[in-house]
Write a protein that binds this ligand. Structure first.
Ligand SMILES: Cc1ncc(COP(=O)(O)O)c(C=O)c1O
Length: 428
């Protein structure tokens, strides 16, 4: 920590200024760090450079959006060309069609697509669409599931679940959401049968909830019980989309949702979200086919923004043949094994979890199957480990999942292992 303080004096000054204009000094509280965050001056490839000229190997990668690394030259070339042609048309344009076609080609269940500007918006419109289609009000989400800041999904993210995640959520909104146990087939079947749900919204890998993959049998059982009960299955693939496989977790696991919610990687480094699904459901967003009150609204000023579409399309095309993704998946598996063996050698109780190019370390001897186990683990030790890494040039957003990108070199991963070894040596 002393080293961090000594090396980040300009960041400390910026934080003092930031506290005057931002609540808690930051634009999004998860970016807050104790005693203060560093301020990034530039980013390229696998690296962040802060205003004090410290360099960090970045495993946060823009909230996992940057699977090709920061500002990949081949994508930036396209973006620069697009900027010359206009940044925001506010009209229809050909690129939005090509982009949607590309999504539909890659994501098995996405016959049709609509773009949004964030994952939160995509979750919001997907929820509405499911309600419009089924003509039911109630929805279900899982303990530990994070789908952004939309009221009906903003509950039961972190234990204790009897405390609200935010003020300002009305009882009326919350009463229409049912919370289900993750990875627990028996715990969900009855609820889905009984509740007459419009949708069950699930992350195929709990991201904010601790990087916990859903078991394939669990998702298969969800698929079956949803179909049997007229409930739409919504996969929130905002993290897993275009990462686990070119077609996301649904392709990786062979379980298809009715509606897919996308974001992050899809924007190629620019703000984005999207919903995908079959025509039968997506058509409800067409007021020419469905007059009020049956029409399901979606829209927004920056939807299908041409700069985002350019960066996103170029990124998806780069990922489409699966080479980069399968390489990252192999590197992720190896990294998880190597991290685990560092802790095992010193008998430190750590569960290294994750799948594909996502990984996390929980300081506990308990198997991690759900968010309760994540929060029973020693969170202080996890924060201490991440703080050690940050002070030594390896960036994780403290306590959060790490993600690999194509820009990470062998040396970058070795540095993570070396610093993990140093942390274990100094503390055990
Ligand atoms: C699984 C998941 N869903 C939804 C969201 C919300 O997306 P956004 O932050 O773009 O609104 C996130 C963001 O972290 C996420 O990880």
């Amino acid at each position: 920590m002393n080293r961090y303080l000594a090396n980040t004096q300009k960041s400390r000054q910026l934080y003092e200024k930031a506290k005057r204009v931002f609540p808690s000094g930051v634009s999004y509280f998860i970016r807050h760090m104790d005693p203060y965050p560093f301020y990034t001056a530039k980013a390229r490839g696998s690296r962040l450079v802060d205003v004090d000229k410290n360099e960090y190997i970045d495993f946060w990668m823009g909230h996992y959006a940057l699977i090709l690394g920061h500002s990949p030259p081949e994508i930036m070339r396209e973006v620069k060309r697009q900027i010359e042609k206009g940044t925001h048309y506010g009209t229809c344009h050909e690129l939005e069609i090509t982009s949607a076609e590309q999504v539909a080609k890659m994501v098995p269940s996405a016959e049709m697509v609509r773009f949004t500007n964030s994952g939160t918006e995509a979750s919001m419109y997907a929820t509405r669409l499911a309600r419009s289609y089924t003509k039911r009000d109630r929805i279900a989400k899982f303990e530990g599931g994070w789908h952004g800041g939309y009221d009906p999904l903003l509950l039961a993210v972190k234990p204790p679940f009897d405390l609200s995640e935010s003020s300002g959520l009305t009882d009326g909104t919350l009463k229409d959401t049912v919370v289900l146990p993750f990875n627990d087939v028996n715990g969900v079947e009855d609820a889905i049968k009984k509740e007459e749900l419009a949708a069950v919204v699930v992350e195929p890998v709990l991201g904010a909830g601790g990087c916990i993959p859903a078991r394939k049998e669990f998702l298969k059982a969800l698929r079956e019980v949803c179909s049997e009960n007229g409930t739409l299955l919504v996969f929130d693939e905002i993290i897993t989309g275009f990462r686990l496989a070119p077609g996301g977790a649904q392709q990786f696991l062979g379980v298809l949702p009715d509606i897919t919610v996308m974001g992050k990687i899809l924007g190629g480094g620019f703000p984005v979200g999207a919903i995908g699904g079959p025509r039968e459901i997506m058509d409800l967003m067409d007021p020419l086919l469905y007059a009020r009150p049956n029409f399901s609204f979606h829209g927004g000023t920056f939807c299908a923004n041409p700069v985002t579409m350019t960066a996103g399309l170029a990124t998806l095309k780069t990922l489409e043949n699966g080479t980069i993704i399968s390489d990252l998946n192999k590197r992720g598996a190896k990294l998880r094994r190597e991290l685990a063996s560092i802790f095992e050698r010193k008998d430190v109780d750590v569960q290294v979890v994750g799948t594909s190019s996502l990984f996390h370390t929980h300081f506990t001897d308990e198997e991690i199957e759900n968010v309760h186990a994540v929060f029973r683990a020693d969170r202080d030790k996890l924060a201490q480990y991440h703080t050690h890494l940050i002070a030594n040039g390896v960036f994780f957003l403290p306590t959060k999942t790490g993600a690999l990108s194509a820009a990470h070199t062998k040396t970058d991963l070795e540095k993570l292992l070396i610093e993990t070894e140093a942390y274990v040596r100094n503390n055990y």
